[in-house]
Ligand binder design. Structure first.
Ligand code: G
Ligand code: G
Ligand code: MN
Ligand code: NA
Length: 248
């Protein structure tokens, strides 16, 4: 409850920070894009982990507001890069189920993009597979609409939900992210087979497979041998401040 109250106050003051973690080309090591991750350093409670405040925000109905603050931070960063004459980078923002299915999700997104003068192609939306895509028809419509507007979408935490593989084929998304629990246990035979299968599935569906949580050179080289081209993880970069990301 303490956390929920402080979080509401922090959101009113827009005290949520954003860190960026690069998505990297596994062969060349070059940065392809970034993922935005919310950070909260409360003057009252200290630094609180997203694993704690994201679920809290989901429970007390603040997650949409939180993600709108994150989104504004990202757009401010992009706008500033533009003004400085730096090249723009694509940034993926995480979108919760509540937010994704909310009627004002896309209109709000489009309004903000116009307000900051950023082309839609610079923003990617990451939606966790754990939302289950229970309402597959509605999810389909939302993804299609995002595509028509020129946004790209990604299915996050792939493999941890309970959806069948056949649903994926119907989703108009361009990327799937292999959950880091699979990457960390790739030394196990069964897990390796799962990772290989997801990479092949992505390839067959013309999607990019992104491996999350790469921590070692060995994991990197196994993924490359399986045909995976993009990844993220401490082996390359930890999430960093917006200022640090400008130095890359
Ligand atoms: O950021 P890590 O650094 O600890 O993030 C922990 C979890 O919080 C991850 O699953 C990440 O996707 C999630 N997360 C971070 N920022 C956001 C956000 O803005 N919205 C949602 N829904 N999840 C987020
Ligand atoms: O679920 P979401 O994918 O969006 O998760 C991002 C989370 O994963 C963040 O908490 C981020 O800090 C964390 N993360 C990113 N790279 C690594 C890594 O290589 N190892 C571990 N253990 N966590 C990572
Ligand atoms: Mn994510
Ligand atoms: Na994930």
């Amino acid at each position: 409850l303490r956390i929920a109250n402080e979080l509401s106050a922090a959101l009113r003051r827009e005290e949520i920070d954003v860190h960026l973690q690069p998505k990297v080309d596994l062969k060349s090591g070059k940065i392809i894009s970034f993922e935005a991750l919310a950070r909260w350093n409360s003057p009252e409670l200290g630094s609180i982990a997203p694993d704690v405040f994201i679920p809290a925000a989901e429970k007390n109905g603040k997650i949409r507001l939180l993600e709108q603050v994150v989104f504004k931070r990202v757009l401010t960063w992009l706008k500033k890069r533009k003004e400085l004459g730096l090249e723009l980078r694509q940034v993926a923002v995480n979108i919760s189920a509540d937010h994704f299915f909310h009627h004002s999700f896309i209109p709000h997104l489009v309004d903000r993009m116009a307000e900051y003068g950023i082309e839609h192609k610079w923003i990617q939306l990451e939606i966790t597979e754990r939302i289950g895509f229970v309402d597959i028809e509605t999810a389909h419509q939302v993804f299609k609409k995002l595509n028509r507007y020129g946004f790209t979408s990604s299915v996050d935490d792939f493999g941890t939900g309970y959806s069948s593989l056949s649903y994926l084929q119907k989703l108009p998304v361009s990327e799937i992210k292999i959950d880091r629990s699979f990457i960390s246990s790739m030394h196990e035979h069964g897990t390796l087979a799962i990772v290989r299968t997801i990479i092949q599935l992505a390839e067959n569906l013309n999607m990019t497979a992104v491996a999350e949580g790469i921590e070692t050179e060995q994991q990197r080289s196994i993924l490359v041998s399986l045909g995976c081209r993009v990844g993220q993880g401490y082996f390359y970069y930890r999430p960093m401040s917006l200022e640090e990301a400008n130095l890359l």
